[in-house]
Every structure is written in C-alpha cells, then in structure tokens.
Design a protein. Sequence first.
Length: 335
Amino acid sequence: MSELNNIALKILEKGKGILAADESTATMTKRLEGVNVTSTPENRLLFRETLFNSSSMTECIGGVILYDETIKQKSSKKNMIPELISKMGSYPGIKVDTGAKVLSGSPYEKITEGLDGLRERLKEYNHLGAKFTKWRGVFSISKNFPSKLSIHANAHALARYSALVQECNMVPIVEPEVLMDGEHSAKECYQKTSEVIKKCFEELILHKVDLKGIILKPNMILAGNKSKDKISNEEVAKLTLECLENSVPSEVPGIAFLSGGQSEIEATENLNLINKYNKTNFILSYSYGRALQQSALKFWSKNIQNVKGTQEIFNHRAKMNTLAAQGKWSNNLEI
C-alpha cells in the first residue's frame, strides 16, 4: 500500500469525513458579517480553533482543509494550527487553487487558476504540515453549459494540480463541482456530472496521477435549486451511486461529497441513503463546509466566548454525518 493511499484511507476510515474550513478571507468575512461578528484575523481564528479543539475532531473528522491564512496561524496555546489538528488525530490539508476566474473563450463560465508557482507553494505547505490538498473546478448547467471548453480546461487544470501534489507526497482532493444553481432537472445534472467526471479521470490518467492516492470530491445528483422537477432523497441517492459507478475508476479509494448548498439535514440524509444503497467498493463520506459549521456559527455568534456550547453543536453535526457515512443515521437522532 502506498503512503498516499494509506493517508487517503485514514482520512475516511470508520465513517470519518473532512471539515472544509478553507473559506477565503472574503467568504469568511461574509459568513461572519452575516451573523453580526466583525471579521478580523483573530475572530476568524477563534471560531476555527473552537471547532479544531472539539472532541469530534478525534472521533469523526479525518481531515481539515485549511486556507492560506489559517495554516500559518498559531493557536491560543501557541501551537501552529496544523500541529493542533494533528494532535487531535486528524490530518491537516490546504486549499491551493487561487479561485475561479472568467474563462477566455466562454465568458459565462469559469476556469480555476493557481498553477503558476504551485510547485513552490506545495513545498511550503508540506513543510508546514499539510498532508493533503484541495483544488475546485466549477461547472454551471444551462442549455449551452458546461461547454466542452470548460470541461476540458478545468479537467486539465485538476490533473496538472494533482500530478504536482503527488510529486510533493501529498494527497490531492479532486473537486469537480457541477453547481446546483439553475432550473435544470436531476437527469441533466446526472448527464453533465458524468461527462465532467469522466473527462477529469481521462486527464488524471494522461498525467500519470496515481488514482489510489487521491480523494474525489463531487456533487450529489440533484435537480437545480430553481427546478420545478424536484426528486426524492431516495432518487438522489440512487442516481448519485449510478453516476459514480459508471464514471469513477475502481482504483479510487474514497469519495467525499460536497454539500453544495444543501441544508444541514438534507446533506446528512442524502449521504445516509447513498451509503444504505451502496454496493460499490468506494468509501463514501463527506467533505462539508456550511453543512458542518452553520449551526455552530449561529450559536457562537451570540457569545464568541462560549466555546463549550459551540463545540457541542459542532460535535452533534459531525457525529450525525459520520453515522450517515456508515448508513446508520436516522432523523430521530437529531436534536
């Protein structure tokens, strides 16, 4: 078993998932201002450190995706943040793309940037303690999108990123997100997601990426948020599984879903059903941001010194999702 395969499996073992705490400063500022907390480096760290010190970090969270600001910060006890996460029994990771910009040749679509200087940045992050990384490509669905250009360009970037990450002995999380914004049906989401994932693996193989040493972070198959044709949670689970079975090579050790605008309960329920119906050999878990943090953030904003209460709420959500990653969740376990 390779070292990278071992790390990927450890991150997702026993229903553990990934906490996506990699919001950019601009996004984190929006989140904090949305709950009337001033966004300062100290407040951003205080909230994140509250989560990183919670008991569920040991029991439920196998990896934490950090942002450039956070990976270089020190905790209140003067430990570097990656050290704190490692001490809790979780792996520190880092978002390495520099965001989605307008795609030349298709101005209504996006291309993710950040390949320039990436090899050097990866060495620095690895030195700081990162064991895995994340890069997100985004695809929108409409009558003409995602275009072949967008699918090819983003898949190519994800593959180049992954090859550089493995060269630096870290596990790349490959995140091709087909957005749920729009009026599209679940069937259209299924078709476009399949096309995107297949192209990503075509490029990963071309770039000689070891598929046993990656984690895939896809969207679930959902109807658009403005669609009139909503489908049941059971259908979401079955379509998602069918899509992955037909698109993802069997060597991939694990798949950690993004929540992609779903509510906390919805993201948990869908993950649970996916695992109940799962007949594949993939580990199917979660890599959630808002769907793990939102309730904790709302509670914390009322009194940012109430660490224990905030941690209880975060621990509950993490526990629910870890149960869901094993097909053991039920609605009556919710508070």
